[in-house]
Design a binder for this molecule. Structure first.
Ligand code: NAP
Length: 258
């Protein structure tokens, strides 16, 4: 457990470590933000649209006793990401953990995939991960501390029909993870990725009954995963318990890729 913030001489003295989660208003990012708050981190998170989802996520996080900074920020916009990190650090102190979870799907067979959908998925998933990593890495190097976890997908390891954009973005994230782990390892900074299979979120709610049935048939555990199961893995990967693990893409998929 991290230590909680305390008041000393009337000023808030920073005691907690700070974790930043992109896409923390819903789904996997929200589950990770909550789990890290329960682990004792103060939490900064962004989403694209803010609103009720972001507000209720913030309330849930604050109920754990953690401090929370949340704002809208398009992860595809490098300048916005730079400003978001600065504001989050001003509110909560220097960043200790970065989790890149914001992501979208725009599925279609390649031959009819709108160019815009290709670009949106690469911009959000891959460029968003680059933007946050680039803005966070220098501070981590200076402080010789910090860890990054990128939320990838099994689609980025094995490929998936109708998901050329999504699979390419996630494969890019996997190689960004491995390459960056080589760059930052000498500074004591670890970089890993988690690759979920089918997880119950708004993203998979959109699956048709037939696709869902087919997926369940392919999963040896015969069930979709939960955000908590992904969050447990992220909690481990940012903790001291994984202090010699870096550059890995760890699958959490009920065995779908066996
Ligand atoms: P989700 O329920 O649709 O939530 C996506 C989150 O990302 C929301 O908070 C959303 O904010 C945010 N987001 C999207 N685009 C953004 C942008 N441009 N800038 C800032 N925030 C943005 O998705 P999920 O299922 O939790 O997926 C989370 C991550 O897990 C993604 O990277 C996804 O690829 C990966 N993943 C999911 C599954 C699965 O089965 N669900 C499997 C493998 C990997 P708004 O609400 O404001 O749009």
């Amino acid at each position: 457990m991290q230590k909680r913030g305390r008041l000393k001489g009337g000023f808030a003295v920073r005691k907690n470590k700070m974790a930043l989660v992109s896409g923390g208003s819903r789904g996997i990012g929200r589950g990770i933000a909550l789990r890290l708050a329960e682990d004792g981190y103060d939490i900064a998170f962004c989403s694209r649209s803010g609103g009720e989802n972001a507000e209720s996520a913030r309330e849930e996080i604050e109920k754990t006793g953690a401090r929370c900074y949340q704002a809208t920020c398009d992860v595809a916009d490098h300048q916005a990401v730079e400003a978001f990190i600065k504001d989050a650090e001003r509110a909560l102190g220097p960043l200790d953990v970065l989790v890149n979870s914001a992501g979208i799907v725009r599925d279609n067979p390649l031959v009819i995939m709108p160019v815009e959908d290709w670009n949106d998925v690469i911009d959000t998933n891959l460029n968003g991960t680059f933007n946050f990593s680039r803005c966070a890495a220098f501070g981590f190097m200076k402080r010789k501390a910090g860890t990054i976890v990128n939320v990838s997908s099994v689609a980025g390891v094995y490929g998936n029909a109708t998901q050329t954009n999504y699979s390419a973005s996630k494969a890019g994230i996997n190689m960004l993870t491995k390459s960056l782990s080589r760059e930052l390892g000498p500074y004591g900074v670890r970089v890993n990725a988690v690759a979920p299979g089918f997880i119950e979120t708004d993203m998979t709610d959109r699956l048709s009954d037939s696709v869902r049935k087919k997926a369940l048939g392919m999963i040896p555990m015969r069930q979709l995963g939960t955000v908590e199961q992904v969050a447990d893995l992220v909690s481990f990967l940012v903790s001291e318990k994984s202090s010699y693990i870096t550059g890995q893409v760890v699958q959490v998929d009920g065995g779908i890729t066996l």
